[in-house]
Design a protein around this ligand. Structure first.
Ligand code: NAP
Length: 298
């Protein structure tokens, strides 16, 4: 189906290996940038440096799940080289090229907008985010187990946010016997938490609802656990911050007070790269099939 399509992978972690594998199987011409330290190189893919000449031939450019940072830096666990995605790289892409990333910071969004390049943020899609919440929750449990000397069962667990991750997490914690409270901001989410048999509270009254927590799992991507809230939280609480960087915790304050607070990004890539990669591979190939069908190429 993807015969003759030039697919360029630029950086990433172990999740990307599944995606690469599936594109090779689908017959695409795969070029890898930032994968020079791969233990088992792929037959059926060529390794290149990051140059405008390579990108000028790309039909599809696949970036890491976390996209770039605000200066264009691309993370790759498979190279020691610095990968910097610059204006000249995006401007060299053909007009029809589609750029995929899990999430895109404003740097990447602005570059693509400036050069009229289509950008697909996979984690913006509900289906991807819901599937991805499965390995994320398993990773959150792993972090909690590694950082506590008590069982989750019987402990008081506060989950902040009832989005795609928060909902899966609250349900899982309940299933393993935790006493789960959930901080939300809408009355609909409050009702949903009540319906689930858990204890809802409003995040605007956060300070009053964390006093008995043993574990706090934050999924809200804003600094919700600021110094004024943390001052009301037991000193020996363990905070697992799942929100994307910079997270939702005042880490200067937790360090000063000797509290255990851990920013835990990219858990699917750590605990289940194969599953997480398969989720991405499935959705990217599905999207490409739809695009090609629209263009009448199928
Ligand atoms: P989501 O579905 O958008 O959920 C976010 C939740 O936060 C929603 O319940 C939202 O409430 C709430 N929220 C946002 N701003 C708020 C505020 N100012 N006050 C109170 N509540 C607020 O996102 P998600 O897919 O669950 O992901 C949550 C975070 O985890 C994101 O930062 C995502 O990038 C990250 N993530 C991390 C990992 C990891 O491995 N650590 C994996 C997946 C995702 P409303 O619905 O009322 O807006």
């Amino acid at each position: 189906m993807l015969n003759e399509k030039q697919v360029v992978f630029l950086g990433g972690d172990a999740r990307q290996l599944e995606v690469i594998k599936s594109f090779i199987q689908l017959g695409a011409h795969v070029t890898l940038i930032g994968f020079d330290n791969l233990q088992t190189p792929f037959s059926g893919a060529s390794q290149k440096d990051l140059t405008v000449e390579v990108l000028a031939k790309a039909d599809i450019l696949i970036l890491p799940i976390v996209g770039t940072d605000e200066k264009g830096l691309i993370n790759s666990v498979f190279t020691s080289k610095t990968l910097l995605l610059l204006d000249e790289h995006i401007s060299s892409l053909p007009n029809h090229c589609i750029v995929f990333a899990g999430i895109a910071r404003s740097y990447l969004k602005e570059l693509c907008l400036r050069h009229d390049v289509a950008l697909m943020e996979l984690m913006e899609r509900d289906d991807v985010a819901i599937y991805n919440s499965i390995p994320t929750v398993e990773g959150a449990l792993m972090m909690a187990i590694q950082n506590t000397d008590f069982t989750i069962h019987g402990s008081v667990c506060a989950v902040l946010g009832l989005g795609r991750v928060g909902l899966s997490l609250a349900r899982t914690l309940d299933a393993i016997g935790a006493n789960v409270t959930v901080g939300v901001r809408s009355s609909a989410d409050y009702a949903r938490v009540f319906e689930m048999g858990l204890t809802p509270f409003y995040t605007e009254a956060l300070k009053e609802h964390l006093q008995h927590a043993n574990l706090i799992f934050n999924t809200i991507p804003t600094k919700i656990l600021d110094a004024s809230v943390l001052a009301q939280v037991p000193q020996d609480v363990v905070i697992i911050d799942l929100a994307s960087k910079p997270g939702g915790v005042d880490y200067t304050y937790t360090e000063k007070r000797g509290m255990k607070a851990i920013l835990a990004p990219s858990l699917p890539g750590i605990v289940a790269p194969k599953t997480a990669g398969k989720i991405l591979a499935r959705i990217i190939t599905q999207l490409m099939t739809e695009e090609l069908a629209k263009e009448g190429n199928m």
